[in-house]
Write a protein that binds this ligand. Structure first.
Ligand code: ADP
Ligand code: MG
Length: 398
């Protein structure tokens, strides 16, 4: 069932209309409040440019961080508005609170070619409760609604879902469309071999996804701290490594069910967890010393995993292979990213999902070298596992 997209709206439906656009500008901020990574802002430019070109007036809603339903200057969207103005090359008015008379007036007075950004929706207590009166208030900010907040489409919040009860047409923006197309392609028949790789911190977050992908994939490569839990479940001593004790049983179950497909690391780069940042060397998977932690996949594992990826026609990867935030333990993730890029160059369809995985691929400078890097962390995983997102379900049918 296809959803109506911005592309489906005629020029007459856009000209002169206020388009209320939900974006996801939940960007990382530095200690001085500056925007550290503007890729989520840049990802919405095609939608905003289209609206401005067609003579519509974009009015933007977003959240930032997790303020507790009350104004908190640390999470103001004002700095993001300045970055947006720079990227878009037009004036961006900034007004708050998003549910005020002032905001509505500003939306009605918005000059041609300008964009209005409203203050953080999570400063309002009704936002995360999908509150009806706040939703109807938001609906007064436009004559049509565009959801381009892919990273937030798994949340039934007032500015994502509730607002669509009061404002139609309600359509998908270009970013949401691109994401659904790329992730949707992994949910149907894919070209084989289909290789999936999981790393990151926890199994418990991802059991549903692991199960769903293990069923369909030809090979499942496990790395990151997730691998520690699988190895510990199999009886290996993991020393001071991060092991998720509450997920040992789930790991055993997965390992038993998918024995033929599941691959675990054979070696690790270890380090002293009380002295993080210092790599103490490489050990075999069964030989992590009691006082050291497995913090990255080792060279033999990198080579073996790269070989599997190199033979793949379709790849999905979620979760860094090690503690990639520290240079000493970033090598495994970088080598794996390189292998995925090489497979892409050979014609494979490759998708990377997950917040930290996306930063890792940016950090490796390989974003353009893979088929798709999802801007949604939880949203992409939820869509892949369940095939539905509340914020998408709420939009008009095509
Ligand atoms: P994503 O956001 O891509 O879904 P996760 O949030 O599940 O990924 O996991 C990312 C985190 O896992 C990173 O902070 C990374 O440092 C951490 N991590 C990966 N491997 C290890 C390890 N061996 N030990 C400790 N932390 C790890
Ligand atoms: Mg994460």
């Amino acid at each position: 069932m296809r959803k109506r997209s911005l592309r489906d709206l005629s020029d007459a439906e856009l000209r002169g209309r206020r388009a209320l656009v939900r974006v996801d500008y939940n960007v990382p901020l530095g200690p001085d409040g500056s925007v550290q990574d503007a890729s989520r802002v840049a990802a919405t430019l095609p939608t905003l440019r289209h609206l401005v070109e067609k003579g519509a007036r974009p009015v933007l809603l977003s959240h930032l961080g997790r303020p507790k339903g009350a104004p908190d200057p640390r999470y103001s969207l004002a700095p993001v508005g300045r970055v947006l103005a720079e990227l878009l090359g037009t004036a961006v008015d900034f007004v708050g609170p998003a549910d005020s008379e002032t905001a509505e007036e500003a939306s009605r007075r918005l000059p041609d070619g300008s964009v209005l950004l409203l203050e953080n929706t999570r400063f309002l207590p009704g936002e995360t409760k999908n509150d009806e009166s706040l939703s109807s208030r938001f609906a007064r900010l436009g004559e049509l609604f565009v959801n381009d907040a892919f990273g937030t489409t798994h949340r039934a919040h007032a500015s994502v879902v509730g607002v669509t009860r009061f404002l139609r047409p309600a359509v998908a923006g270009f970013l949401v469309e691109v994401e659904l197309r790329a992730l949707g392609a992994l949910r149907v028949e894919v070209e084989r071999p289909f290789v999936v790789a999981f790393g990151g911190a926890k199994i418990s977050d991802k059991i549903e996804l692991l199960e769903a992908f293990a069923r369909r994939a030809d090979a499942v490569l496990i790395g990151g701290a997730m691998a520690n839990t699988f190895l510990a479940a199999g009886g290996a001593g993991m020393g001071a490594s991060l092991v998720e004790d509450g997920a040992l049983e789930a790991a055993s179950g997965l390992a038993a069910r998918w024995k033929g497909k599941l691959r675990l690391p054979t070696d690790f780069v270890v380090g002293d967890p009380s002295n993080a940042g210092v790599a103490a060397g490489v050990v075999s998977a069964g030989g992590v010393p009691p006082d050291l932690a497995a913090l990255d996949i080792g060279p033999a594992t990198r080579e073996a995993y790269s070989e599997v990826v190199n033979g793949a026609r379709t790849v999905f990867w979620n979760g860094p292979m090690g503690l990639f935030e520290r240079e000493e333990f970033a090598g495994g993730t970088r080598a794996f990213a390189r292998a995925v890029a090489d497979a892409t160059a050979r014609g494979a369809f490759t998708v990377i999902g997950g917040g930290d995985s996306a930063s890792a691929i940016h950090q490796a400078g390989l974003t353009e070298a893979v088929s798709h890097v999802s801007t949604g962390g939880g949203a992409s995983l939820e869509y892949l596992a369940r095939g539905r997102l509340p914020g998408v379900e709420a939009l008009d049918e095509a």
